[in-house]
Ligand binder design. Structure first.
Ligand SMILES: [Zn+2]
Length: 471
């Protein structure tokens, strides 16, 4: 049937078939198909014109809505932009210590409102103004005043636990401002949610009772770094202050080697601020993970023994660690501390960067832990000014991001990762300081036991295994 055949034809075939054909079906099919093709083409053209007509204003509107590119010489604007995208994480703030010594750890009686402007360097308003993204809160307890032997009992572990408690309660008290974190990924997530990631660091090996077991428990309570010494030697290492006072730099002790191994295994950050130069070198020669300086400067810039000498900065570069720049006047300008300025801090940073590279620099103020801070860095609101000055000295935005927080998060992540690797093959370290000479529990138990009959008195059972409370 012609009709059926024509129906099966394509329009080209219909045109070919229509040449000389009189078939109505075929003829009809041709004029019918042409106008449709023309209409479709015109329709598409119209559509394209309409789309262009609509999209042109949209494009220009879009470009209007995009922020104008930042003038690379507008250092303040660049600093603000960088800190809006990258968490600025300070390595060291002693506010929990102030809460202990000034408020006796009491935060609920109305005398302490962290949202109001407080005296001192740190409060919420100024942290927000300073575009802070994270803070390692130091849980610091003073070095013992008198010399204590390695196994002498002290209150330091209890006090440190109380400081961890203060830091955790303080963080918990301001949930819309702070988020407690014990991993780098948590710190990033806190920043994204608009809160200030809050971590815990212990400022002194003297605070752990010379015990690797206590370190493990403090890790479980959330502490993520230990400053290997404060201003006193301990079972692990020699402090810079000992050497500054004329003492011998003995570096790391044999037990300090066990400390380093256990810190590496835990994935806990070893902090070398406050230690002697030999301790820095000894630890860098054996550590299996990167190390940090939570609040230090460059020894070459200011010859304070607490600062990091150039050979150690070179080792830090190889080690993949980080030096976080300190703001303490007497470390920045030993001759005239009152004249220390933000520019001194920049000089330290630029020297560390010159020797160790932009990957190894961060910020660790010591705000609320030192009475005197530099002109231009009066409190936690001033970080953007420091970032702007680094931009002015030639830092790229990527380098600024590293300085602000990316370097620390990378180093911390690598330490965490290394710990997990070590844990696959290594059990918790059971090394302990000389129990053989212990003046308390073990020795006295051993001596007493010489005069005791072997009765199972410990469990209050008689020698037939029957519970007998009176025994
Ligand atoms: Zn310190």
């Amino acid at each position: 049937m012609p009709t059926t055949e024509a129906d099966k034809m394509t329009s080209a075939e219909s045109e070919a078939a229509s040449n000389g054909s009189t078939s109505q079906e075929v003829i009809l099919s041709v004029p019918d198909s042409r106008p449709r093709g023309i209409l479709r083409r015109w329709g598409l053209t119209l559509l394209a014109f309409s789309a262009a007509a609509i999209s042109l204003p949209l494009t220009s509107l879009n470009s209007l809505m995009q922020p104008a590119p930042i003038d690379p010489h507008d250092y303040g604007a660049r600093a603000k932009d960088v800190l809006s995208k990258t968490p600025l994480i300070d390595g060291h703030n002693d506010l929990p210590h102030l809460i202990r010594v000034e408020l006796y750890g009491k935060m609920y009686d109305g005398s302490f409102n962290f949202n109001d402007k407080l005296l001192g360097h740190t409060d919420v308003q100024r942290m927000r103004k300073g575009q802070m993204g994270g803070q390692f809160w130091s849980v610091f307890v003073e070095c013992p005043e008198a010399h204590v032997d390695i196994d002498d009992p002290t209150h330091l572990v209890r006090d440190t636990l109380e400081q961890i408690d203060i830091a955790r309660r303080f963080i918990h008290e301001y949930p819309s401002t702070f988020q407690y974190c014990d991993t780098p990924s948590c710190a990033r997530a806190a920043f994204k949610s608009g809160r200030i990631a809050s971590m815990i660091g212990i400022e002194g090996g003297h605070q752990v009772g010379n015990s690797l077991g206590a370190i493990r428990q403090m890790y479980d309570l959330g502490a993520r770094y230990i400053t290997t010494t404060h201003n006193c030697d301990n079972a692990f290492a020699t402090a810079a202050s000992t050497v500054a006072a004329g003492g011998e730099d003995k570096g790391l002790t044999p037990f300090g080697h066990e400390y380093v191994a256990e810190m590496n295994r835990l994935g806990m950050m070893i902090d070398l601020s406050h230690v002697s130069h030999q301790t820095m070198r000894d630890i860098l020669s054996i550590t299996q993970a990167p190390v940090i300086f939570s609040h230090s400067g460059a020894y070459e810039v200011q010859k304070h023994l607490r600062h990091v000498p150039d050979d150690v900065l070179r080792s830090i570069k190889k080690n993949g660690g980080i030096v976080m720049a300190v703001f303490v006047n007497r470390f920045l300008n030993m001759k005239n501390p009152d004249q220390a300025t933000i520019h001194d801090v920049v000089d330290h940073i630029m020297h560390i960067v010159k020797i160790a590279g932009w990957e190894c620099i961060g910020v660790g103020s010591d705000f609320s832990g030192t009475p005197a801070v530099p002109i231009g860095l009066e409190d936690v609101s001033k970080y953007p000014d420091l970032v702007a000055l680094l931009a002015e000295r030639g830092a790229t935005d990527e380098q600024l991001r590293g300085f602000a927080g990316e370097n620390l998060l990378r180093v911390w992540g690598n330490i965490e990762k290394r710990g997990k690797e070590i844990q696959v093959t290594t059990k918790p370290n059971e090394a302990a300081t000389g129990f053989a000479n212990s003046p308390f529990m073990f020795r006295s138990t051993r001596e007493k036991s010489k005069n005791l009959k072997r009765v199972p008195h410990n469990f209050n059972v008689n020698n037939k295994g029957i519970h007998a409370p009176g025994n």
